[in-house]
Design a protein around this ligand. Sequence first.
Ligand code: 3PG
Length: 208
Amino acid sequence: MDISAITALAPVIPVLTIERPADGVPLARALVKGGLPVLEITLRTRTAMEALEAIAKEVPDAVVGAGTVLVAAQVEQIQRLGAKFAVSPGSTPDLVTATKAAGLPFLPGVQTVSEAMLLAEQGYRVLKFFPAAPAGGLAWLKAVGAPLAGLRFCPTGGIGADTAQAYLALHNVTCVGGSWVAPAAAVDAKDWSQIERLAAAASNYKRS
Ligand code: 3PG
């Protein structure tokens, strides 16, 4: 699967920052059961790599990727642990080279038209728009729809249940990312059924 196919699988990609190793698998199972199979595990905690590996091994219906990938050295490790894709808040030439060399689908982040054009020159057609809300949100995506007609975006950052559907209604939005489907309080309480309900609601959002 390339990144277009992965981002087409569900309208929402849960962005997960996992603090305790034991939380990863039940959290992933709840999200997949709720209808969100594409999961991004941010590499921001000491347990992220362990959680990524456990989910890749034990939740076969999940399509698990690593987020907050900042340096090329992380690419080989996440792929070895079972990541099916990499997400970055931005992009660097080294990350592009490393993910291409590894054959690992990559969702690079952009915040400006020029960044999007540079990645388009290198063959990318699906980009993360980050941080979506502070960087212009719906208005930015609407404004670039005509000039960047060949590109699709996965806006992430500051999106919640109240705004996700409006983003998904835009023709240049393929999916949205966000942490709201796995609130920290629910994870801390191991309230997996609440997370499954939030995922089920998010999986029903309509794309244009
Ligand atoms: C992040 O950086 O944590 C992701 O973009 C998710 O952002 P959110 O917590 O605003 O959904």
